[in-house]
Design a protein around this ligand. Structure first.
Ligand code: SAM
Length: 264
């Protein structure tokens, strides 16, 4: 009997009519000396290729109905390590070794929490390659314009996001409503922004600036209890118009802004 896909787990499996799996392997380039973390192996289509190219593949899968199937498929594979559980609950400190590469077609309903969790383990992770909903991928990697959000800045602060290619929805079973995008996030090993400002201060100003997308920067920053005159004066020093919106402010300007507002 064939597997019954569960919508609640975002189960759209790659069928690979368009050589998508080969493209994923080509751009993510898993190597013999690298350990891979795969979130949601499903029926193991991508896992099979990752096992051929890497040192070890650590898979985290929530659906117990897939456990037997995966164990049978990879029963003779010493490099295969299956952890059954919710990726958001699993203690990754027990799974990850240094220089781990993440390569996964993730469940889209928890994209932001997954990205945030992976970033929080950046001491062990070098590069992240994810298949996500196309629009979300474009938002995560947007360098300018209204697609930018707190998540864009969160990724930018810790790494460099890049939108690599689009995967048409027909490449999945069952066919989802939306196309997908494959993205990479290469984490800044030199901590280039973390050395300039604390994470806490940076996100205090980023979150306030994006608190209401329809409002301008002055109104949004006033949620931090500064007077509007104070905000306008500081923005003038920074060369930012009082009518500007958060999406048009670069990461460098945000760091300058936070430091100036904090008198640093
Ligand atoms: N990698 C497979 C492929 O490309 O065909 C399956 C990808 S499918 C989009 C997402 C997978 O993540 C499913 O296997 C699903 O059961 C699993 N999953 C869903 N929620 C999860 C969670 N919270 N933790 C771990 N795995 C999860």
């Amino acid at each position: 009997m064939s597997f019954k896909h569960k919508k609640k787990y975002g189960q759209n499996f790659l069928t690979d009519q368009n050589n998508i799996l080969d493209m994923i392997i080509e751009v993510s380039n898993p190597c013999e000396n690298e350990e891979i973390l795969e979130i949601g192996p499903g029926e193991g289509a991508l896992t099979e290729l990752l096992l051929k190219k890497s040192k070890r593949v650590n898979c985290v899968e929530i659906d117990t109905d897939l456990e037997k199937l995966l164990k049978a498929k990879f029963e003779n594979e010493k490099k295969f390590n299956l952890i059954m559980g919710d990726i958001l609950e699993v203690d990754l400190n027990e799974v990850l070794v240094s220089n781990t590469k993440v390569i996964a077609n993730i469940p889209y309903y928890i994209t932001s929490p997954i990205v945030n969790k992976l970033i929080s383990h950046r001491d062990k992770i070098n590069e992240i390659y994810l298949m996500v909903q196309k629009e979300v991928g474009e938002r995560i990697c947007a360098t300018s314009g209204k697609e930018r959000s707190i998540l864009t800045l969160a990724v930018e602060f810790f790494g460099k996001g890049e939108y690599l290619f689009t995967i048409p929805k027909e490449s999945f079973t069952p066919i989802p409503k939306v196309d997908s995008g494959f993205i990479s996030i290469k984490l800044h090993k030199d901590k280039k922004y973390e050395n300039e400002i604390s994470e806490e201060l940076f996100f205090k100003y980023v979150k306030a600036s994006f608190s209401n997308k329809r409002k301008n920067i002055v109104n949004n920053l006033s949620t931090l209890h500064f007077s509007k005159d104070f905000i306008k004066e500081k923005l003038e020093i920074l060369g930012i118009s009082p009518n500007e919106r958060a999406e048009n402010i670069t990461i460098d300007k945000f760091i300058e802004l936070a430091n100036l507002f904090e008198n640093k």
